[in-house]
Design a protein around this ligand. Structure first.
Ligand SMILES: [Zn+2]
Ligand SMILES: [Zn+2]
Length: 338
């Protein structure tokens, strides 16, 4: 089969790879309906994570079960399924506590930019939809595998709820879907920090009430202006840089909640700043599996359309252009058709 492989910074290609097979009785094989490029794929793409030889790429997926191992009971051939970017047994202590992305038997996918995917621990990892979704619904279903689930976790971890003021730092796909999640969870005011006009527009469609284009201290001052000088109840950091983390912590009120779901690169925390601000900090790789059943319902019931974050659709063959467009910020997120 064809698969996306990263060779070196800015060099992603389609290679011929062996078709995946059932290796363990708990595996499933799925035929991908759609896959995509993630903002987090840009870290290795830009050489900011070291690349040790040719590396297959991709961790976001949804599709039809093609084959299951002998121990798989929960899903079967022909079913449309979605799974999180991390696989999990959904039965260990960490999973039961709602942290399936920290499953003691789990791991992360890195072969999903391809037409077929082997899913370990299929019973714990995959959630079937109630029927085969229409073609128009597939982009939204695909977002549940990572970006929508991660945006939802950002909002959940930042204690977003009815009447709350929320700030989203970052206007990538996760940031935009943190806006949508905040709206769905009832936030009263949703401030998105963005400088990009097309992204500001989509953020408003998703429920943002205010846009702050300023950054750093000026950005924090603008948030304070909008929150009676207090700061926000809930702040979601969706980038992973020191600048965005400092902006997030600075935008929270005393005793506020800051979640962080951008993979941190060079981020450090200042103990006394955290101490005197009474800040609640919670983040990490989102336990998307916890939220999947609920998010599938919301999409199936037509309550939300997170698939709008895909503003570029390409055949898998053109994966290189898909990465380039996201790297140059010409596209928010690229959907790949296997
Ligand atoms: Zn991702
Ligand atoms: Zn587990």
């Amino acid at each position: 089969m064809k698969a996306a492989v990263l060779y070196a910074p800015y060099d992603v290609r389609i290679d011929e790879r062996a078709d995946p097979k059932i290796e363990q009785p708990t595996d499933a094989l799925i035929r991908m309906s759609a896959t995509c490029v993630c903002g987090s794929d840009l870290w290795p793409y830009r050489g900011e994570n070291p690349i040790k030889g040719p590396t297959t790429m991709g961790h976001e997926y949804c599709g039809i079960v093609e084959e299951v191992g002998s121990a798989v009971k929960g899903v079967g051939r022909g079913q449309f399924v979605i799974g999180a970017f991390a696989y999990s047994d959904n039965t260990c202590s960490n999973c039961k506590a709602g942290y399936q992305s920290g499953c003691i038997h789990g791991g992360f996918f890195n072969t999903a930019q391809a037409p077929m995917l082997r899913v370990p621990l299929a019973d714990g990892t995959l959630v079937p939809t109630s029927g085969t979704p229409s073609a128009g619904m597939i982009p939204s279903m695909l977002t549940l595998s990572d970006v929508m689930g991660t945006g939802w976790f950002a909002a959940d971890a930042a204690n977003v709820g009815p009447g709350k003021t929320a700030v989203v730092v970052g206007d990538g796909a996760v940031g935009l879907l943190a806006v949508l999640s905040s709206k769905m969870l009832g936030a009263e005011r949703i401030i998105v920090m963005s400088r990009h006009e097309a992204r500001q527009k989509l953020a408003k469609k998703f429920g943002a009430t205010d846009v702050v284009a300023e950054r750093g201290e000026e950005g924090i001052a603008r948030v304070k202006d909008l929150t009676r000088g207090i700061g926000a109840d809930s702040v979601m950091e969706c980038v992973g840089t020191q600048a965005s983390m400092s902006q997030a912590i600075g935008s929270a009120r005393r005793g506020g909640y800051v979640s962080y779901v951008g993979v941190p690169h060079g981020v450090t925390f200042e103990g006394q700043q955290l101490f005197y601000r009474h800040v609640h900090l919670h983040g990490g790789p989102a336990p998307v599996r916890r939220f999947l059943p609920k998010l599938i319902d919301l999409v199936e019931d037509g309550k939300m359309d997170p698939g709008k974050v895909f503003d570029l659709t390409l055949p898998l063959d053109q994966v290189a252009e898909g990465y380039r467009a996201m790297d140059e910020r010409r596209a928010i997120k690229t959907l790949l058709q296997p």
